[in-house]
Design a protein around this ligand. Structure first.
Ligand code: HEM
Length: 397
């Protein structure tokens, strides 16, 4: 722990935890983040310029409902002077956030995204049919990574003729190891999307982009830049998250034949399985900047302190849930904060639930028993958005 601890941070709240590379996060990042329940629900990690780590259902819930204390305008850990991708509305605070959130919520409501269920089903079944007779596949690369990107293009009503290219850019974006690589991938995706955005201005169609063009903010028409910032956020927030939640969940299910048995014989319980997947295998944590000198749940914080808020593990809090570590379909209410809480609660949660549900349904219809390929590598990454890059599965033919 080489860095100086700011004087307002009590020494007993400092723990050596690196949210990207800590030993506990190797192989099973969710389990690693869950192990932090041994520590205070608010502690200070002296890495990446130093930041608070906030965990536990109630503490996370309170933090996310306090945008006056925890601002979303700066989410860069470590702090950086580089211009950040200004994603709308996730990097805004109320009241400005409310203006933009009001525009996108109706376009992602259950009614608006309901039509995508049938498309997701066709896509998922085609993909599975494509590898089913091989007795093996890479669940992440050949399935979980492909569904959300394709559905994103459909949501935006973008042509799918560049699907392969688009998937490659998406891959480059989410696997970028440097700020430079990330910007290059971002620019590629943005260049493609922005042409389609400008060509839809004035269209009377009902797709997401055309409908958004008809909106006003602060009594003036929405701008091209704002449209781009919203659409890029949907891409970033709505693809990798679904891929990785599916990937981590299927790794667990592949390791537990009794869960496979239960789901295969009771497919009507798949919506319950989706909630357990979200409770235990969610992938997104969020970042915030402290907006003012304050005391939050008894801990003194200073303006510009940074915080990592562990939304992903809030569902595994044993204070709220019995046998919190166990995947149980019949546990009743499955309380989690996988989609966050407060003003920024995930606007795409209905679509996410549809995608995960349909993928599990179509999978279990065709492949009821499966396991992880013996000796296979299952690479994962920790950080604020956890990832599983490959999951080789096998099954009997
Ligand atoms: C399992 C999949 C998903 C997970 C775990 C997830 C998680 C989250 C979380 C934790 C937030 C809160 C961010 C914050 O507080 O800073 C969020 C926000 C958001 N998500 Fe999702 N998400 C998922 C899927 C999707 C999908 C499919 C879409 C859309 C197509 C989407 C669109 C959004 C948007 C637009 C926001 C920003 C909302 C705002 O700032 O008001 N997400 N998501």
């Amino acid at each position: 722990m080489a860095m100086d601890i700011p004087p307002h941070v009590p020494r007993e709240l400092v723990f050596d935890f690196d949210f990207h590379t800590d030993q506990r996060l190797r192989d099973d990042p969710q389990r690693g983040f869950r192990s932090l329940y041994e520590l205070p629900s608010i502690f200070y990690a002296p890495h990446y310029g130093g930041h608070w780590v906030i965990s536990g259902y109630e503490t996370v819930f309170d933090a996310l409902h306090s945008p006056d204390i925890f601002s979303s305008e700066d989410q860069h850990i470590p702090p950086s002077d580089e211009p950040q991708f200004g994603q709308i509305p996730v990097m805004q605070d109320p009241p400005e956030h409310t203006v933009y959130r009001r525009l996108i919520s109706p376009l992602l409501s259950p009614k608006a995204v309901g039509a995508l269920e049938a498309r997701t089903r066709v896509l998922a079944s085609e993909l599975i049919e494509g590898f089913k007779d091989r007795g093996q596949c890479d669940f992440v690369r050949e399935f979980a990574a492909l569904v959300p990107v394709t559905i994103f293009l459909r949501l935006m009503d973008l042509p799918t003729d560049k699907l392969e290219e688009f998937r490659k850019w998406s891959d480059d974006f989410f696997s970028a190891g440097t700020e430079e690589a990330l910007r290059a991938a971002n620019d590629q995706i943005l260049a493609y999307i922005s042409g389609h955005i400008s060509s839809r201005r004035g269209s009377g169609a009902n797709d997401f982009i055309s409908a958004l063009w008809r909106e006003e903010v602060h009594g003036r028409p929405i701008t091209q830049e704002e449209m781009e910032a919203i659409c890029m956020l949907l891409f970033i927030a709505g693809t990798d998250t679904v891929t990785n939640t599916l990937g981590f969940s299927m790794r667990h299910i592949a390791e537990h034949p009794e869960i496979q048995e239960r789901i295969a014989s009771n497919p009507s319980e798949i919506p319950e399985a989706v909630e357990e997947c979200l409770r235990l295998f969610s992938t997104s944590n969020v970042q915030r900047r402290v907006a003012c000198d304050t005391t939050f749940r008894g801990v003194a914080m200073k303006r510009n302190d940074m915080a990592v808020v562990l939304t992903s593990t809030a569902g595994a809090d044993s204070e709220m849930t019995d046998n919190a570590e166990t995947f149980m379909l019949d546990r009743g209410r499955k309380q989690h904060l996988a989609f966050g809480a407060g003003p920024h609660r995930c606007a795409g949660s209905h679509l996410a639930r549809i995608e995960i549900k349909v993928c599990l349904q179509e999978w279990f219809k065709r492949i009821a028993r499966f396991g992880i390929k013996p000796a296979a590598e299952v690479p994962t990454r920790a950080g604020t958005v956890m990832g599983i890059m490959s999951l080789p599965l096998t099954w009997d033919l």
